[in-house]
Design a protein around this ligand. Structure first.
Ligand code: NAD
Length: 514
C-alpha cells in the first residue's frame, strides 16, 4: 500500500506518547498497524508502558494548573485555530482513516468534517459557559452558580470513529479549561498520531503548555487500567463496547470518579404502512451498510408492518444488489472491509446462531476472498429474517447484518423496538402524525436518539449524543454536554450587615450575657 503522507513518515517507529508538541521515547513493544484493506503494514508505534503513561499524566496535571487560568474565550481561540489546522489537512487525515479503519473516502472525510464542526461549536460555546443566578431567600444576599474547569480528563476511544469521538470530548474539554489524556484504540493508533501532528503547530505557535493535549498509545494493562484507576483524573469518557464500559464504570466508581459512557447500540427503525417506501429504503441502506455496519448507530433491526413487509424486502434486496464492496478509496465503492478477520468471524458466528435460532438469510452475508478481497476482511452485507425470540437479535454484532421483524400494531412495534438491552438510536418512518407523536412521547422510543423519517445513523454535533440502558447514559458533543467537563459551584454572597440564616432558623447568642 502506498502511504503518501506529510504528517507521518511510515518508515519511522513513532513514540506512543505525545504531550502536545513533544514526543517521548517509550519502553513498550512495537505495534505494527495493518490496513484492513490489504493486510499491509502502514507504520509502527512504540507502545507506552506504565512509566511512560506516568510521564504524560504528570504533565497533564501540571498543565491543568496553567490552562485553567487562561480565559475561556482565549481557550476558544486556540480551538478555532485547531479547527483550521484540521481543515487544511482534511484530505490527508481522511486518507489515514480510510487506510487504517477502512472507511470509504466520503465517510472518512465526513468524520474529519465532524472534527471541524465540533471545533466551530466549541469556539462559540467558549463564550457561553453560563451559570444560573437564583433569588436568595435571605435579604441582602446574592446567590448564583459558576462553572469551573474540572481537571485532567481521560478519553478512551473506539476504532470505528478513531478521531471524531476524541474531538467531541477534547475540544469541549479544552474550552472548559481541562487537559486531556487520550488513549485511542490500538487498531487506529496511526490516525490518532496523525491528528496530533496536524494540530501541534497551533499549540506551538500559541505557546500552549506541554501536557494540555496528550496522546498515550499502549495496552490495556499498562495504560488502560492505569488511566481508569488514576485519581488525578476526575472524569473518564469511554467509548466502546458494553463489556468495556461495564468494566470502566466499575473501576472508576470504586474511586468515586465520574464516567461518561458511550457504548454499544442495537438500533431499529419502524416502517409503517403510511411510510414513503423510497425514503425508507435509502435510509435503511445507509444505516445498515454505511461504515460496513460498524457504527454505534448502525441500523441493526427493521420492524416493518406485515402489510408492507414483502414490498419493503423486495426493494431492499434490489438496493443491496447495487452495493459495490471493495477498496474503500476507489470511486464507486460503497462498502469497505471490516476492521479485521476477527470481526468477519464474529459476523459469521452471528449468522450461524441466527439460523440455529430459526432465522433465515434473505440476502448476502458471505465472506469474499478472491482477488482484491484476499485480506479476508470483506463480506457481502446481509439482510436476514428474524423474530424477537432469536437471542442473536438482542446483541450488537458489529457487522453489516440487518434483521427484519414484522408487527401488527404500532404499540407492538414500539415494544419490540424497546425490548433490547441497548438504547442508543431509533427511528420511525411514517406519514401518520399520531404514530410519530406516540413514538416520540413518554410511551414511545426509550433511546437517546429518536428520529422521524430519517435513519438511525449520522447524528449532527449540535445535539447531545448518547443513549440509555446498556449504551451507558453518557451525553457528549452538543447541547449542554459541556457541563460534564466542568465543576459546578453554588455561591452565596452576603452584602448585608446581618447574618440571617436560611429556613428562618434562629441561632442568635444572647449578647446581654457578655
Ligand atoms: P472496544 O470496547 O473493544 O474498545 C474501545 C476502547 O476501549 C479501545 O480504545 C480499547 O483499547 C479500550 N479498552 C478496552 N478495555 C479497556 C480497559 N480495561 N481499560 C481501558 N481501556 C480499555 O470497542 P471497539 O471494538 O473499539 O469499538 C466498537 C464498539 O464501540 C461498539 O460496541 C460500538 O457500538 C461502540 N461505540 C459506541 C459509540 C457511542 O458513541 N455510543 C461510538 C463508537 C463506538
Amino acid at each position: 500500500m502506498d502511504v503518501q503522507t506529510s504528517l507521518l513518515d511510515p518508515k519511522k517507529v513513532h513514540p506512543g506518547v505525545g504531550t502536545g508538541t513533544l514526543w517521548h521515547p517509550c519502553r513498550g513493544e512495537k505495534l505494527v498497524s495493518l490496513s484492513p484493506i490489504d493486510s499491509q503494514p502502514l507504520g509502527t508505534v512504540q507502545k507506552a508502558l506504565a512509566a511512560d503513561y506516568e510521564g504524560a499524566a504528570h504533565k497533564a496535571q501540571e498543565a491543568f494548573h496553567q490552562w485553567r487560568k487562561v480565559p475561556a474565550p482565549n481557550r476558544g481561540e486556540i480551538v478555532r485555530q485547531i479547527g483550521n489546522a484540521i481543515r487544511d489537512r482534511k484530505q490527508e487525515l481522511a486518507r489515514w482513516i480510510s487506510l487504517e479503519v477502512g472507511k470509504i473516502t466520503s465517510e472518512a472525510e465526513g468524520e474529519v468534517q465532524e472534527m471541524i464542526d465540533i471545533c466551530d461549536f466549541a469556539v462559540g460555546q467558549s463564550r457561553m459557559l453560563y451559570g444560573l443566578s437564583m433569588h436568595s431567600e435571605r435579604p441582602g444576599h446574592r446567590m448564583y452558580e459558576q462553572w469551573h474547569p474540572l481537571g485532567p480528563i481521560g478519553v478512551i476511544t473506539a476504532f470505528n470513529f478513531p478521531v471524531a469521538v476524541w474531538s467531541w470530548n477534547a475540544m469541549i474539554a479544552l474550552i472548559a479549561g481541562d487537559t486531556v489524556i487520550w488513549k485511542p484504540s490500538s487498531k487506529a493508533a496511526l490516525t490518532a498520531l496523525a491528528v496530533m501532528k496536524a494540530i501541534a503547530p497551533v499549540l506551538k505557535a500559541n505557546t500552549v503548555p506541554e501536557g494540555v493535549l496528550n496522546l498515550v498509545i499502549g495496552d490495556r494493562d499498562a495504560v488502560g487500567e492505569r488511566l481508569l484507576g488514576d485519581t488525578r483524573l476526575p472524569l473518564i469518557s469511554a467509548t466502546g463496547s458494553v463489556a468495556m464500559g461495564r468494566h470502566v464504570g466499575q473501576v472508576v466508581s470504586t474511586r468515586l470518579g465520574r464516567t461518561l459512557l458511550e457504548l454499544g447500540g442495537n438500533n431499529a427503525v419502524i416502517v409503517t404502512p403510511s411510510a414513503d417506501l423510497h425514503l425508507s429504503v435509502r435510509a435503511i441502506l445507509f444505516g445498515a451498510v454505511g461504515t460496513a455496519g460498524q457504527r454505534c448507530t448502525t441500523l441493526r433491526r427493521v420492524i416493518v408492518h406485515q402489510d408492507i413487509r414483502d414490498a419493503l424486502t423486495d426493494a431492499l434486496i434490489r438496493a443491496y444488489r447495487q452495493v459495490v464492496v471493495g477498496n474503500p478509496m476507489e470511486p464507486g465503492v460503497l462498502m469497505g472491509p471490516l476492521i479485521d478477520r476477527q470481526a468477519v468471524h464474529q459476523m459469521q458466528a452471528a449468522l450461524t446462531a441466527l439460523k440455529a435460532q430459526g432465522g433465515r438469510i434473505l440476502y448476502g452475508g458471505e465472506v469474499l476472498s478472491d482477488g482484491s478481497y484476499a485480506a479476508g476482511t470483506y463480506v457481502r452485507p446481509c439482510i436476514a429474517e428474524a423474530t424477537h425470540q432469536c437471542p442473536v437479535v438482542h446483541q450488537e454484532t458489529f457487522a453489516p447484518i440487518v434483521y427484519l421483524e414484522t408487527y401488527q400494531t404500532i404499540e407492538e412495534a414500539i415494544a419490540l423496538q424497546n425490548s433490547v438491552p441497548q438504547g442508543l438510536s431509533s427511528a420511525i418512518f411514517t406519514n401518520d402524525l399520531t404514530e410519530s407523536e406516540l413514538f416520540l412521547s413518554a410511551m414511545g422510543s426509550d433511546c437517546g436518539i429518536a428520529n422521524v423519517n430519517i435513519g438511525t445513523s449520522g447524528a449532527e454535533i449540535g445535539g447531545a449524543f448518547g443513549g440509555e440502558k446498556e449504551t451507558g447514559g453518557g451525553r457528549e458533543s452538543g447541547s449542554d454536554a459541556w457541563k460534564a467537563y466542568m465543576r459546578r459551584q453554588t455561591t452565596t454572597i452576603n452584602w448585608s450587615k446581618g447574618l440571617p440564616l436560611a429556613q428562618d432558623i434562629r441561632f442568635a447568642l444572647d449578647d446581654s450575657e457578655g
